[in-house]
Design a protein around this ligand. Structure first.
Ligand code: KG4
Ligand code: ZN
Length: 334
């Protein structure tokens, strides 16, 4: 089965063609980051308009790269939510129009399910069941995954998502959007241990997270050292302390989730799972637990069309049809 995936939930237009027999045939991505950079974050109206401009040329590009014509495509999968309503509407309208014109099924996919399954696109993928840590700009969740569509929430952030905290810390350090990769790069120059940031909610039982306190701690530390004008080494040391705190907090909760469920496989997905220090620390942690760690290539950690094509394909192969209704769902629990 060949499925064309369309992702337009935020600031990236992602298109891919996935084949259940031969794997990923082609994918393409257009990132709007440069356009939103001047505003310090994503401007929803600009995002929707840009998706309109990009989506059809990208579909043509992917079909050409894959050497496929419309007769080869068996179904369309698109991100139904959660995300920005206008951006989602572009993807859903295009997906439904193409499906209608080509007379093939269409499947609305949950964006976080896409992220969660992205490591399945890699060689030696994990086998069900496993524990998943979803860490993106909008979500921080630990999920027990028993199979496609069988997701049990173990814990989640009670306030900011980990990616959101990275983005806000970046702003405080005078870095551009999206902050995650930039904070990580600055932290490379930093010295671990000069500043000691808290590890929120690790001193009590449970698998929930909280990252808003780290944001305040970052702000206070920056201000105590001269604000954005503080010297480069201090900025780098603060970035390092912030990153260390997020990574260590996530590692503590992941270890707890593995022990609680008795599972031996941990997958990490979503934008923050591209973070090198997080991967290295979790690799070390799973070794101690005699467990294994799985993640997607960096380009498939952040938003992309391949994860949506894959997730939609799995649901269709399981005999599911599209969920009731045609409206995009900007808020949608997984
Ligand atoms: O999954 P994603 O592309 O979009 C959402 O669904 O939210 O995640 C974007 C988030 C942003 O907050 C970005 O700063 C963060 O992932 N991110 C990173 C890294 N790369 C992206 N955070 C830390 N380290 C990175 N290397
Ligand atoms: Zn995402």
């Amino acid at each position: 089965m060949k499925v064309l995936g369309i992702e337009t939930s935020c600031d990236e237009t992602g298109i891919a063609l996935y084949d259940s027999e031969h794997g990923l045939l082609a994918d393409a991505l257009y990132s709007q980051i440069d356009m939103h950079n001047d505003y310090g974050g994503v401007v929803p109206e600009l995002a929707s308009r840009d998706h309109v401009r990009r989506v059809l040329p990208l579909i043509e590009q992917v079909m050409e790269k894959a050497g496929c014509s419309r007769e080869d495509v068996d179904a369309i999968a698109y991100t139904r939510g959660p995300g920005l309503i206008g951006a989602l509407m572009v993807g859903s309208s295009i997906a439904k129009s193409i499906a209608w014109a080509w007379d093939i099924p269409v499947m609305g996919v949950h964006h976080m399910e896409g992220h969660l399954l992205a490591p399945m696109l890699e060689e030696n993928p994990p086998q069900f069941p496993f524990v998943a840590l979803l860490v993106s700009g909008g979500h921080t969740q630990l999920v027990e995954v028993k199979g496609i569509g069988q997701y049990q929430l173990l814990g989640e952030s009670v306030d900011d998502a980990a990616g959101e905290a990275f983005d806000k810390a970046a702003m405080m350090l005078g870095l551009d959007y999206p902050g995650g990769p930039r904070v990580a790069a600055l932290a490379e120059q930093g010295v671990s241990g000069r500043f000691k940031f808290p590890r929120p909610m690790t001193d009590r039982p449970g698998l929930d997270f909280s990252f808003s306190g780290l944001k305040t701690f970052t702000l206070n530390t920056v201000q105590a050292h001269g604000g954005k004008e503080c010297d480069d080494q201090t900025r780098a040391d603060i970035a390092r302390a912030f990153e260390d705190a997020v990574v260590e907090t996530l590692a503590i909760k992941c270890r707890r989730a593995l022990r609680q469920t008795g599972m031996k496989q941990l997958i990490i997905a979503g934008g923050v799972s591209a973070n090198k220090r997080l991967r290295a620390r979790l690799e070390e942690m799973v070794q101690g637990e005699k467990a294994s760690l799985y993640y997607a290539r960096p380009a498939f950690c952040t938003d992309n069309g391949a994860m949506i094509a894959y997730a939609g394909c799995q649901r269709l192969l399981a005999g599911q049809t599209d969920m009731e209704g045609i409206r995009p769902l900007p808020r949608w629990p997984m």
